[in-house]
Design a binder for this molecule. Structure first.
Ligand code: ATP
Length: 288
């Protein structure tokens, strides 16, 4: 069974406060985009889980989120058969695109189907939460408001048609480090997430792009000037808005059409320090 695991971007990302237990309370607008890893799950006669991936630096044991997801369900349901996971990564790793969480989500869906466990989407989302805060969203997909630590989800209507350009500088950042550097309880200027969800409900692209803002850029932009440079470049090619996704360093631009996104892509590709540049579109959620 082969499943697609799409990337996500954050159209808006706010951190409300740091809780006493160390977790950050967030308010984010999530959007799935058409950039995929593929996850193939196959039953094996021999018990146990094996995993292979095209990214040699990733773990192939329980430290891989895809493995962890399979182990969680198979242990709970005492599945005695074995499982082989073939993970073809295409989404850049540690990039702010939730690739690992999406792989885990795809494995939960795949294992549920493969072994006929009969779990509903909601039940899978509850299990996903144990693997990571973004996993329940990755099971849902589409456009959604995420609150709490990211696990309280409100589905939103699809955003109006547009093109999206993703540009990932060649370095990676650690989500944990960025959150640690953020003085969440001292922030005064917060993104207007309520205004953005209202604009999404109204199908108002102008209202959406005017409110694209990611509070984590207050940490990353001064550290990595390339983030601001990419944003300015995207705007100069006609992007309505350009911000960083998640904890970065991927920057995305929302363009009126594919032509302007591709023109910007051509200008960015091959620059020193530039990693992947990928033109894509927003995607709707999963049908269950
Ligand atoms: P987010 O947007 O949720 O912050 P991200 O894009 O920053 O996610 P990921 O690519 O999901 O980050 O992975 C971050 C870390 O998780 C990596 O350092 C990697 O070692 C580990 N990891 C474990 N399993 C996977 C996987 N299947 N794919 C990618 N990374 C994985």
């Amino acid at each position: 069974m082969i499943l697609r695991a799409p990337a996500k971007i954050n159209l808006g990302l706010d951190v409300l406060r740091k809780r006493e237990d160390g977790y950050h309370e967030v308010k984010m607008v999530m959007q799935t985009v058409a950039m995929f890893d593929t996850v193939e799950v196959t039953e094996r006669k021999e018990g146990g889980i094996t995993l292979e991936t095209n990214r040699s630096f990733l773990p192939t044991n329980e430290n891989n989120l895809a493995y962890k997801a399979a182990a969680l369900l198979m242990n709970e349901f005492n599945v005695t058969a074995g499982l082989h996971i073939r993970l073809q990564k295409f989404i850049p790793v540690a990039a702010g695109l939730a690739g690992g969480s999406s792989d885990a989500a795809a494995v939960l869906i795949g294992v549920n189907r493969l072994f006929g466990l009969g779990l509903t989407q909601k039940e899978l989302m509850e299990r996903g939460r144990k693997i990571g805060a973004d996993v329940p969203y990755c099971i849902l997909g589409g456009t959604a408001l995420a609150e709490g630590i990211g696990e309280i989800l409100t589905p939103l209507p699809a955003i109006p048609d547009c093109s999206i350009l993703l540009a990932k500088p060649s370095f990676s950042v650690s989500t944990r480090e960025i959150y640690q550097a953020l003085r969440a309880n001292e922030l005064t200027d917060h993104p207007d997430i309520d205004g953005m969800t209202a604009a999404i409900r109204a199908g108002d692209l102008d209202g959406i792009v005017r409110r694209c803002d990611n509070v984590l850029e207050r940490v990353t932009a001064p550290r990595f000037p390339v983030i601001g440079e990419l944003e300015r470049e995207m705007l100069s090619f006609g992007a309505f808005a350009s911000i960083m996704s998640g904890s970065g360093p991927t920057v995305f631009g929302i363009f009126p059409d594919q032509e302007s996104a591709l023109a910007c892509k051509a200008a960015l590709i091959g620059r020193p320090g530039m990693g992947r540049v990928f033109a894509t579109v927003p995607m709707e959620g999963r049908r269950f």
